[in-house]
Design a protein around this ligand. Sequence first.
Ligand code: DX5
Ligand code: ZN
Length: 228
Amino acid sequence: MRPQINPSILSADFARLADEAEAVAGADWLHVDVMDNHFVPNLTLGLPVVEALGKATGTPLDCHLMIEDPDRWAPQYVDAGAGSVTFHVEAAAAPVRLAREIRAKGARASMALKPATPVEPYEDLLPELDMLLVMTVEPGFGGQAFLDIMLPKIRRTRELIAKHGLEMWLQVDGGVSASTIERCAEAGADVFVAGSAVYGAQDPAEAVRRLREQAETAAAAAAWACGH
Ligand code: DX5
Ligand code: ZN
């Protein structure tokens, strides 16, 4: 799959969300960080804002739920218009049931792992998912430094996807920028969330194009992508 760039609106101007979505109209998805001040120590937005944003943009919404009780809330984000819904495995009571429910409602189901959560215990769950998100910072805030100690986990996740012959996407989120995206792509990521690297740039649309080019070049040269 061609690398995808998902700008995170956490770094956008929340008073002008429709304009900020328009500023990255060439992006594959808009990444929407939902935080409840319990699962992470920050509070952002919820269902009404997701619903309004979905109506205001043609770009599909990639909702990243950093909330407690995703079993209760995640399906409602599909109803609100999200095309992809990511829940954290650390917060989910029944991840398989939840992934099936999200898919049954017609969205892509995705599961996120915090930096200290290993991927190996979830190997058997992977076929239930459309995407796995490997966090490359502790979730909660934009603008943090990329944790390069996560690169081996990205590599091992890519190996598991190949081992099972799955089509699922592998997303990275946190500190992804012009100086880190190539390492992520080389390790096996194919969906890249970028907040400050896109909205902190003079020209966000140009930042998206450049990040995609860098990811494409790095992925084309990577061993994992051979034969794709
Ligand atoms: C952090 C969020 C990220 C955040 C990334 O918990 O999940 O999506 O917006 O921001 P940057 O790209 O600035 O690290
Ligand atoms: Zn996120």
